[in-house]
Design a protein around this ligand. Structure first.
Ligand SMILES: [Zn+2]
Length: 249
């Protein structure tokens, strides 16, 4: 039975991952997320149902559009796989319940943001708002009023801290130091982790981004690093650690 549940959650993750990759392309390009049905970005030809099966279609079409042979971005395949694997991992780790629901929200934000931020340096407001509202609903169901207020205050404090850092950074570097999306993500991070773990996750994310920026800067002179995915990965790491009662500071 457990195996069947795992497979179902994996497939659920694959399907959502496919949707996230799709909206990760559509939102930055200003295309409706509901209509039209899936199409090839190059030749605009609508896709048949069998070209829309997560993972398999990419392999079966050998990563090319069936009509115009344009290469399909590997991001689609990777987003589907990542979402499926992380969904089932978090079910195995947390079991059903509050932690699982929160973690699939974080994984979902990661899946969309990897597509929008890495490719377009863009983090969607809609994704942030939806994830915050979903978390609040989960909290309303599982937590009592005092805890909920703590998490909301934490969200606002984290947002305030990051906004202050941005103002200082903008002055120091005389250009935009942090994107608006990164600052809005603080609301989600504070709401998920609370203040202390939230700040710790910020440190984890910054160290990861710093290491990668040193590696990438060698190749790319501009060395722009989209910070969003790091922020969410740091949040997920911290969420896993704090579930086990582990804290770094
Ligand atoms: Zn095509």
């Amino acid at each position: 039975m457990e195996v069947i549940i795992n497979i179902m959650i994996f497939m659920f993750g694959l399907c959502l991952g496919s949707f996230y990759a799709c909206i990760g392309y559509r939102i930055p390009n200003d295309i409706s997320t509901v209509k039209p049905n899936s199409f090839c970005p190059k030749c605009k030809e609508p896709l048949k149902w069998y070209m829309n099966i997560p993972l398999f279609s990419y392999l079966f079409l050998k990563g090319k559009c069936a009509y115009c042979k344009e290469k399909i971005s590997i991001y689609y395949f990777l987003t589907e796989l990542l979402t499926g694997v992380l969904f089932v991992s978090s079910y195995i780790y947390f079991g059903l319940g509050q932690n699982f629901y929160i973690s699939i929200i974080l994984i979902s934000v990661l899946a969309v943001t990897i597509n929008t931020d890495l490719k377009y340096y863009y983090i969607s407001d809609r994704v942030i708002v939806l994830s915050i509202l979903s978390e609040l609903l989960i909290y309303l169901y599982y937590l009592d009023g005092r805890d909920i207020i703590y998490y909301i205050v934490s969200a606002l404090v984290m947002f305030g801290i990051m906004f202050g850092v941005k103002l200082l950074g903008d002055k120091a570097f005389k250009k935009e130091s942090l994107g608006g999306g990164d600052i809005k993500l603080m609301l989600l991070i504070g709401l998920t982790l609370g203040m202390i773990d939230g700040i710790t996750s910020l440190l984890i994310s910054s160290i990861m981004a710093l290491i990668l920026s040193i590696l990438v800067m060698k190749k790319n002179k501009e060395g722009i690093i989209p910070f969003g995915p790091f922020l969410i990965i740091g949040t997920i790491i911290m969420y896993i650690l704090s579930y086990n009662g582990m804290t770094i500071i």
